[in-house]
Design a protein around this ligand. Structure first.
Ligand code: DGL
Length: 274
């Protein structure tokens, strides 16, 4: 990654692995002319079960790499990282930083019919209380909120398994608390989970609306960018750079399956050699 060139990426997006591609999809659809760089920290995933201080350190480290590449805006497309590091990144960096928790909550509050909201996420995200605080700040009076952690989901996605019997059995067990709470709206509070939407919907039932933060996050980025700093259309596809600290071949093949043809060459990143 180089910086300072006219085609330096304008938006940097990161996640522990492939999950943030669900947010990148929405960003590319809404802002197709922006050059972007995506960092998947697959070599150190999963973030969900790790101590919050460790995840915070990882988030800061990746943010510095992306800022050095010349980005003008950072999207923390990982709920686990956003839940423990967003405020610190916002305070420390000189560029706008957007997370995924508040956008997801806004979408859920607009969607819920009976005020019965559920949130599923990683152990870190749910334990951090980030969703509990964000919902309390904007939800209508009388709402109910049921949060539950779903350890294991992320590992299935990173292995490319989104609808096997095994993932279905795990979903039946992990989703029992939100199903029993009769939520009408379920926030997918981990950016990997939209890739499991079919399995989650099978278990929850068709009347439960699944809400992901991807579109709402893209709207927030677009609003923050404003027309004046947006990259004008050039008639050619903007540069889209993919970097992973894991295996670039696996990232390229699963990334193309989850994001689409935009995933081209994937640059390997080795934390031990930095
Ligand atoms: N996509 C990350 C999130 O939104 C996954 C966390 C993990 O690596 O466990 O939380």
């Amino acid at each position: 990654m180089t910086s300072g060139r006219p085609d330096s990426p304008s938006i940097g997006v990161f996640d522990s692995g492939l999950g943030g591609l669900t947010v990148l999809r929405a960003l590319i659809d809404l802002l197709p002319d922006e050059p972007v760089v995506y960092f998947g920290d697959t070599g150190r995933f999963p973030y969900g079960p790790k101590p919050p201080d460790e995840v915070r350190a990882y988030a800061n480290q990746i943010a510095d790499v992306l800022v050095a590449s010349g980005i003008r805006m950072l999207v923390v497309a990982c709920n686990s990282a956003a839940s423990v590091a967003l405020e610190e990144l916002k305070a420390r960096l000189e560029i706008p930083v957007v997370g995924v928790v508040e956008p997801g909550v806004r979408a859920a509050v607009q969607t819920t019919r009976r005020g019965r909201i559920g949130v599923i996420g990683t152990v870190n995200t749910i334990a951090s209380g980030s969703y509990q605080r964000a919902v309390a700040a904007v939800a209508p009076p009388g709402y109910t909120l049921t949060c539950c952690a779903c350890p294991g989901f992320v590992e299935f996605v990173e292995a490319g398994d989104v609808d096997s019997d095994q993932v279905h059995i795990l979903a039946e067990r992990l989703l029992a608390p939100v199903r029993d709470a009769k939520v009408d709206t379920l926030v997918l509070g981990c950016t990997h989970y939209p890739l499991l939407a079919r399995t989650i919907s099978d278990v929850m039932g068709r009347d439960v609306v699944l809400v992901s933060s991807a579109d709402e996050t893209a709207f927030e980025v677009s609003a923050l960018m404003g027309d004046d700093v947006r990259t004008p259309p050039t008639g050619r596809t903007p540069e889209r750079t993919f970097v992973t600290s894991g295996d670039p071949h696996t990232f390229a093949s699963l990334g193309a399956r989850f994001l689409g043809p935009e995933v081209g060459t994937v640059i390997p990143w080795n934390w031990n050699r930095r």
